[in-house]
Write a protein that binds this ligand. Structure first.
Ligand code: FAD
Length: 290
């Protein structure tokens, strides 16, 4: 199956992120979403992984299903912090056997009690190395333009760890952000450290005022006052919130694309309308990308 590194070498990538559904009903909704997004010709899609391993089989099954049954290149997220090496190797071997060539290597958030996890692989970079030792995987990693929430605000150190991780990986995907300068600053700082690994910006359109503020605070992303003001003015009108969210995300994507970013990765929350609307606004689609 295609490697994302080859796609990035050939041009900009456009990708969609899903999470593994918990119920039959949400599984049907995801199928519908995939069917609606497939005509946009994604370069790849990705499926998240529960940090403690709660979605181990579900993530694997969906990734394998998407790749086998739709032909779309599917990347599996995998977190290492709460897992033993042996556990991770066995899952990576299952991916290798299923011809899944792309892995997003993450640390995941540590369980609250340090006694509750094995402390074998503490950082995402350890999983990059492990994946490479198991198979010929293309390995991506996470990047946080506004610093990792556990960085304690130490910008220089956080960037150094990120540069080191990216240098060992094939590409990065960012946490979402609402102002392009966060992404551009991160890239400049990585270049200053000699790191030129492509980093694809992650885009999260605002579709629900309360939800996005919660996500942003968990992800260490600023929810800027100008956006909060606009959203709060229409907070009781869900259609208006969505309209503003899509308009703001379209402007952000335009600015990023104009600057020549390596691609765009959409956090879809397993729904297609916002992503489809942004695609439409941007004039994107398989035919437009050449
Ligand atoms: P790391 O790269 O290990 O970094 C974590 C912290 O440790 C940072 O502060 C870093 O500066 C520091 N650090 C790194 N190396 C060292 C070192 N050698 N010594 C000391 N400190 C170090 N979470 C999930 O649970 N499941 C998912 O599917 C998922 N998908 C994601 C997808 C994307 C695109 C992004 C951006 C995030 C995703 N996350 C996911 C969230 C991610 O797992 C969390 O942010 C997690 O807290 C850290 O993961 P990381 O891979 O960034 O960690």
């Amino acid at each position: 199956m295609t490697k994302i590194s080859d796609q990035l070498a050939a041009g900009q990538t456009f990708s969609f992120e899903f999470f593994p559904p918990k119920t039959d009903q949400s599984a049907r909704e995801l199928e519908k979403t995939i069917g609606e997004l497939q005509p946009l010709g994604p370069s790849f899609v990705s499926v998240t992984y529960g940090a403690g391993g709660s979605t181990r089989d579900r993530t694997r099954d969906i990734v394998v299903h998407i790749q086998r049954d739709t032909g779309i290149c599917a990347m599996a997220h995998l977190t290492c912090i709460a897992h033993t090496r042996e556990n991770l190797v066995s899952l990576l071997e299952e991916y290798r056997a299923a011809d899944v060539s792309n892995i997003l290597a993450l640390a995941g958030d540590p369980p609250a009690d340090p006694g509750d996890y094995p402390h074998e692989l503490e950082h995402a970079i350890d999983l990059v190395d492990l994946a490479r030792s198991v198979g010929d995987f293309c390995v991506g990693v996470a990047a946080h333009p506004e610093l990792h929430p556990r960085s304690g605000g130490n910008r220089e150190l956080d960037r150094r760890y990120l540069a080191r991780k990216l240098t060992q990986a094939d590409f990065g995907i960012t946490q979402f952000f609402f102002e392009a300068h966060h992404y551009f600053d991160m890239v400049d700082e990585l270049h200053a450290l000699g790191c030129y690994t492509p980093v694809v910006p992650g885009i999260m359109p605002v579709t629900n005022a309360a939800q996005i503020q919660r996500f942003a605070s968990m992800a260490g992303a600023e929810f800027p006052a100008w956006l909060a003001d606009r959203i709060h003015q229409v907070a009781d009108e869900p259609d208006e919130v969505r309209k503003i969210g899509i308009e703001v995300a379209t402007e952000l994507c335009s600015e990023l694309l104009e600057a020549g970013v390596p691609g765009l990765h959409f956090y879809t929350l397993n729904r297609s309308p916002a992503t489809r609307q942004i695609y439409n606004n941007l004039g994107l689609g398989p035919a437009c990308r050449g």
